[in-house]
Design a protein around this ligand. Structure first.
Ligand SMILES: C[S@@+](CC[C@H](N)C(=O)[O-])C[C@H]1O[C@@H](n2cnc3c(N)ncnc32)[C@H](O)[C@@H]1O
Length: 287
């Protein structure tokens, strides 16, 4: 069974601190949550669910795991690990959350990078996702990370207890993030740049628009300020039919395109793709 290494977990029903008792997390008001035998905890109460099976489906999670395990996004994951590592102070306990962690590829890569540099001993690392199938996969990747089913809208940790949040192509809830970041805490957003996967988009859409990372101006008025921005591009080299299919299934493009677009993608034999990513680091101070 995974150990629950995080000590700042909060009851999703009343916000009280959760304490580990044997195979459960309990709050002082009697709410209890089982630590599943796979080593994760479900902290998503029905009242926080907006659908019966929220988040990515089992099929999307499996496609993403196959795609990411192919190593095509390894340069992106390594860049994220370097950016994160530069934010982790030496000799100080650090609490980190990957918010919308999916099946845990980036959390695991970042954790191992920090571990290799001796920076994991004072580290509490939480991987949070609303999709239970995603967290079930993530729990297989790394037993030192605390894996939680929960929502970025109301992350189940105590207020002002997180030093660093990573949000990689994830659901961004700035309200949720503000609640849990310490003053001076950092939020690292990883988003598609203008040319991300443009070769695939040219096949599946009749008109291709440049995808811009979202405008953060309104967010800046709520205590966040931009402290770093980096663009990162590379080409994958030719990728095969099966990997193209997995890539399409794991992205929102699968639902955004129409039947003709999906069929055009299915006829592709190979594709050389542009990966174009923007990393933005925001600092949080209470306004
Ligand atoms: C595009 S995927 C990215 C997953 C992962 N970060 C990656 O890049 O491999 C978006 C993820 O956000 C999750 N998600 C959607 N809504 C969420 C919410 N309200 N809170 C937490 N996670 C959410 C989905 O289940 C999915 O795993």
């Amino acid at each position: 069974m995974n150990r629950i290494n995080a000590h700042n977990l909060a009851c999703p029903i009343d916000g009280a601190l959760l304490v580990c008792h044997d195979k459960q997390l309990r709050c002082e008001h009697g709410h209890s949550f089982d630590i599943a035998r796979q080593g994760y905890v479900n902290l998503l109460p029905v009242q926080h669910k907006r659908s019966r099976q929220p988040g990515d489906s089992k099929e999307m999670v499996a496609a993403r795991a196959r795609f990411l395990n192919s190593g095509l996004y390894e340069p992106l994951a390594s860049r994220l690990a370097r950016i994160t590592s530069a934010l982790v102070p030496e000799n100080r306990k650090t609490s980190l959350m990957d918010a919308g962690c999916g099946e845990g590829y980036y959390s695991d890569t970042v954790f191992k990078y920090l571990e290799d540099r001796g920076a994991s001993s004072g580290l509490s690392f939480i991987g949070l996702d609303i999709s239970k199938p995603a967290i079930l996969e993530a729990a297989k990747r790394n037993r030192q990370i605390t894996w939680l089913v929960g929502t970025n809208r109301q992350p189940p940790v105590t207020p002002a207890s997180i030093d660093i949040i990573l949000c990689v192509f994830g659901f961004q809830s700035f309200e949720g993030f503000r609640h849990i970041l310490k003053p001076g805490g950092r939020l690292v957003l990883v988003e598609p740049g203008p040319d991300h996967l443009k070769e695939l988009r040219e096949v599946i859409y009749s008109e291709v628009k440049k995808s811009r990372p979202q405008d953060l101006t309104p967010v800046m008025e709520t205590g966040f300020s931009l402290v770093d921005e980096q663009s990162f591009q590379y080409k994958t080299g030719e990728i095969s039919k099966h990997i193209i299919a997995d890539l399409l299934l794991m992205t929102p493009h699968f639902y955004r395109t129409n039947k003709a677009g999906r069929e055009a993608a299915a006829h592709l034999e190979v594709l050389d793709l542009t990966v174009d990513i923007v990393f933005r680091t925001l600092e949080f101070q209470n306004p």
